[in-house]
Design a protein around this ligand. Sequence first.
Ligand code: NAP
Length: 393
Amino acid sequence: MQRDSKPHKLIVFAVIHQIGSQFDRTCLLVNCGSDRTLWRYGKLYSAAFDRRTESCRCCFPNHQIYFFEKVFHFINKMAKVPHVKLSNGKEMPLIGLGTWKSKPGQVLEAVKVAIDIGYRHVDCALAYQNETEVGRAIKAKIDDKTIKREDIFVTSKLWNTFHRREKVLECCQKSLKDLGLDYLDLYLIHWPIAYKEGDELFPKNEKGEMLTENIDFKETWKGMEEVYEKGLVKSIGLSNFNSEQINTILSISKVKPVALQVECHPYLNQNKLIEFCKKHDIAVTAYSPLGSPDRPWVKPDEPSVMADPRIKQLAEKYSKSPAQILLRFNVQRNVIVIPKSVTEERIRNNFEIFDFELTPEEMDQISNFQEKYRYCHLNWLKNDPNFPFNIEF
Ligand SMILES: NC(=O)c1ccc[n+]([C@@H]2O[C@H](COP(=O)([O-])OP(=O)(O)OC[C@H]3O[C@@H](n4cnc5c(N)ncnc54)[C@H](OP(=O)(O)O)[C@@H]3O)[C@@H](O)[C@H]2O)c1
């Protein structure tokens, strides 16, 4: 009985064979404080310890519980996803799960699986029309104690029909309600272009052309600062803004944008925009990092960055997939990636990018690909005065 109520002092060593996210190869050496030392080697995920491993032979059951709690705590600390420090001191994980085009029926499972694998960052937006399911998945993982709210970084975005200063709060509150959260970690202006305000997320005229409005995005930024000041969002930033538009925001902001989300992959390396952001202490997130093969407007003759022979060659060299090479390229230069997938094997594959390194020459080679291609071009808005892709960067 004495041993039951006073657990052994546990000394737990975790040897991560492959640095980073390969937690399923984690080897644990457990010394239970008695004269017996146990080795446990099993499937360990950041928070999902496989409880089927052999039971501790020298402890009573409550010691085992204590033991598992210690191990969870320890592994969770060890297993932290690499992150970028934002200019306001907050930490943003270098990889997150994208959710655009993820159907409500699939995204619930995708987010749950991702969290089990170790993702601690989800990229959402009101316009994706699936935030309710994403929120249910996050709640399920909080309820089953895999994560706490503060362990996961949730981004959402202000949609184009809410650009009027007074409408920003409404849009933010809708995302919060749908996600079932009381704060967002990051809130972005989705696009610098305003659409006609109203119930339609994609308002069009009878010819099928998008209806836009002339709202100054400086006004929108003021609304963003207000939701920040109310404590509804921990950080604010921009998406799809070019360097001139970012400069405009910087010139009027009380609260600086800490992050910019833009399309980024070897066919659109964004080298100049990244350099510009670095100077202003703005973290960059790469969207469509795999070339967005499921984008709704895809045409069969468009180039595929995932199928590029040089990327495939590197994949062979490192025994990795082309997707992993594309993601590694960005994270290795401190650019956050948010690949979207609803397929468990790919969600896992995309996460396993912290156990190898491209050489400086390979990074240079990829950075200097001559192909230039923008998958999310939004060409149908190119006559709008705020269209962001009419200048070099
Ligand atoms: N701010 C913005 O304006 C903006 C614009 C675009 C995207 N985004 C964000 O960025 C995220 C990612 O971009 P994206 O969705 O355009 O495209 P992406 O992540 O480049 O590509 C997603 C596509 O790649 C497939 N895929 C994923 N992993 C793969 C792998 N390992 N091997 C082969 N195929 C793989 C997915 O298929 P399955 O799902 O079928 O597995 C899906 O068809 C979005 O989901 C969204 O969160 C933001």
